[in-house]
Design a protein around this ligand. Structure first.
Ligand SMILES: [Fe+2]
Length: 408
């Protein structure tokens, strides 16, 4: 993100900066890509590296299974009962080598947590929370995207619960970014982009809480091969000031202001984030296409290079009428499957002026596997909905029932 500063920092990096008692503050650089990417500089009251214990936690890696037979899927996150916290109690929806997509319905404030594998992009589906980090407190609410840079120690402090979170854990290297095409050569968000710096919220820092931020304190650290519980001598939030371009930030999806057109515009119009191996788009309330002959719902399409996940957050979803999709649903339309609106919705769309839907789309560039437990929340009739709703198909005894069979 763009440059910010909070609290007290010295005029020069790597220079003498003393507390009122004369002790040197402890400078920490948190940066990306080996000192060659975005960086922030934080100033701790106490040494941030001192640990007194480390133990391995049971690996909570996602268990994934093949999407076999290859089918479009409808997963109902609205059926996940609230439980636990936003770190230990994640339900895996899907994943591949580059990301894991999961969901949490947290009722409790979580542990101090640091994901050192990759950035996390979180969409807050319901509830309120404060994302606490060494950069300060970032209050978040339903409708917010939250970008948490890799290796940022943080804690989800639940406010109004349950806190329902759609979480993208990036694992393919690289980071979650503002799309390149929205940026000037030196990184300013260009006019005409669907959001800009004014829409971005950053932590209200610095977080230093005096003695309340003293240690020892446990931190869960997730790396590629292990999850480790460290006991730190000093609290990681004992920061008196920071500056830089690497920090957690939030964007309310309602601030996303897309272009509209005479005829249907494709999903890249709604591009919101670029990540390693995936992109994220925001479908928000907007005017429909204004050509007098416009068909307002999407055309059938087959994307050979991506799997498409949609999280249906708010409003009504006209293109999915009759399919069982509702608020909280996740659809997965895999590469190799031609998908489009349910029968009848194109005709119904013709006189519509605007849409009130809000949905988050995650397109992955490699095929997704399914979370091993998704059968608990899957609507197993979704794959047949285009056929079932087709008035040309009829419903007589000659109509075959849908079958699922794996060919060996
Ligand atoms: Fe699609």
């Amino acid at each position: 993100m763009y440059y910010r500063r909070a609290g007290r920092i010295p005029p020069k990096r790597h220079s003498r900066f003393r507390a009122p008692d004369g002790a040197l503050y402890h400078e920490e650089l948190q940066g990306e890509e080996g000192f060659s990417g975005n960086q922030s500089f934080l100033y701790h009251r106490r040494i941030p590296t001192a640990i007194s214990a480390a133990r391995t936690l049971p690996r909570a890696g996602p268990e994934l299974v093949r999407n076999d037979p290859l089918l479009p899927r409808h997963l109902r996150t609205q059926d996940l009962a609230p439980r636990g916290d936003a770190v230990h109690d994640r339900f895996t929806l899907a994943g591949n080598a580059e990301l894991t997509l999961c969901f949490a319905a947290a009722t409790e404030t979580g542990p101090l947590y640091r994901n050192a594998v990759g950035d996390e992009l979180v969409f807050v589906a319901s509830g309120t929370a404060v994302l606490e980090s060494p950069f300060g407190a970032l209050p978040v609410h339903a409708g917010d995207y939250v970008v948490i840079p890799c290796s940022t120690t943080h804690r989800w402090a639940v406010g109004d619960g349950p806190l329902r979170l759609l979480i993208v854990e990036a694992a393919g290297g690289g980071h979650v970014r503002v799309p390149r095409r929205y940026l000037s050569p030196t990184g300013q968000i260009l006019d005409g982009s669907p959001y800009n710096e004014r829409d971005v919220r950053a932590p209200e820092g610095p977080p230093d809480g005096g003695d309340a931020r003293d240690g020892p304190v446990d931190v869960v650290v997730r790396t590629r091969d292990a999850t480790t519980l460290y006991t730190y001598d000093n609290h990681p939030f004992d920061v008196v000031g920071w500056d830089g371009c690497n920090y957690p930030w939030a964007l309310d999806i309602r601030e996303f202001a897309p272009s509209t057109g005479a005829l249907h515009l494709p999903p890249p119009t709604y591009l919101t984030f670029e990540g390693p191996g995936f992109v994220v788009c925001s479908f928000v309330p907007r005017l429909f296409d204004y050509h007098p002959d416009a068909v307002k719902v999407p055309f059938n399409h087959s994307n050979v290079d991506s799997d498409e996940v949609l999280f249906y957050w708010a409003g009504d979803f006209m293109s999915r009428t009759g399919s069982g999709i509702g608020q909280g649903s996740v659809s997965l339309h895999p590469a190799g499957f031609i998908h489009g609106p349910q029968p009848g919705s194109a005709e119904r769309s013709l006189d519509a002026v605007r849409t009130e839907e809000t949905a988050v789309m995650i397109d992955t560039f490699a095929p997704l596997r399914l979370g091993a437990e998704v059968g608990r929340i899957e609507d197993d009739q979704y794959a047949w909905s285009w056929s079932r709703l087709d008035p040309a198909r009829g419903s007589g005894p000659e109509s075959p029932e849908p079958t699922t069979q794996t060919l060996r």
